[in-house]
Write a protein that binds this ligand. Sequence first.
Ligand code: FPP
Length: 249
Amino acid sequence: MSSREQLKAELLAQLDRQNVPAHIGIIMDGNGRWAKSRGKTRIHGHQEGARRVKTVVRFANDLGVKHISLYAFSVENWARPSFEVSALMRLIRAYIIRERNDLHAEGVKFRLLGRMEELAPEIIRQANISTELMKDNPGLSLNLCINYGGRAEIVDAVKKIIRAGYPPDEISEELISRHLYWPELPDVDLMVRTSGEMRTSNFHLWRGAYAELYFTPVLWPDFDDVELLKAIAAYQNRERRFGKISEQL
Ligand code: FPP
């Protein structure tokens, strides 16, 4: 057995299957650095990053994770060079089409999170086909966050609430939660960021309010099933107090 396989077996043996995070959010960072260190283009890094998504989604589904939110394109990412923006959009569209049947066969559900109205109609059309096809599947929900921003999500929720005519006294956390994108999604339990950066960069601001944060130096194209197990192991070693003290738990 290789040392990697041995580590995976150890992590699996230690895993508490009753305490797997229901919702994992991942900030997939480091594609550019991964490519640069190999003398390749940034686009090549994104392509490798897109390949990684399959391993991680499949493994999370096998572990019983119910939701995985992947930060694939933020509202701020439009500021990148236009050829990089176009390449990312092409990759995302190709991913949705290419992986549709495999994800469906694995029992996965599919959702896009973000400001849809600013995306190319073809991406929305392809995403809707996947969402509709997989909506009754029993497995993990893959929430692909594209043109997503945590602040934008809250702003959009507030607009919906005002348009619906709610009076100020009826505004509550519960009401705001019900007006986020896909209100049925639960809070994020574990937020992972790769590449050593220690920021949450406007990802899941509302649902991530009590998320356990896990930062790893591993660059996204190198993140795999073993790295996901390490993140879950770290999560399982935390004490989630939600404002209480240990003795109350
Ligand atoms: C951050 O790395 C990554 C992104 C802004 C895009 C994430 C996209 C993918 C993983 C590929 C597309 C995804 C799917 C689901 C098809 P960076 O470019 O900021 O890296 P750097 O900080 O090293 O430059």
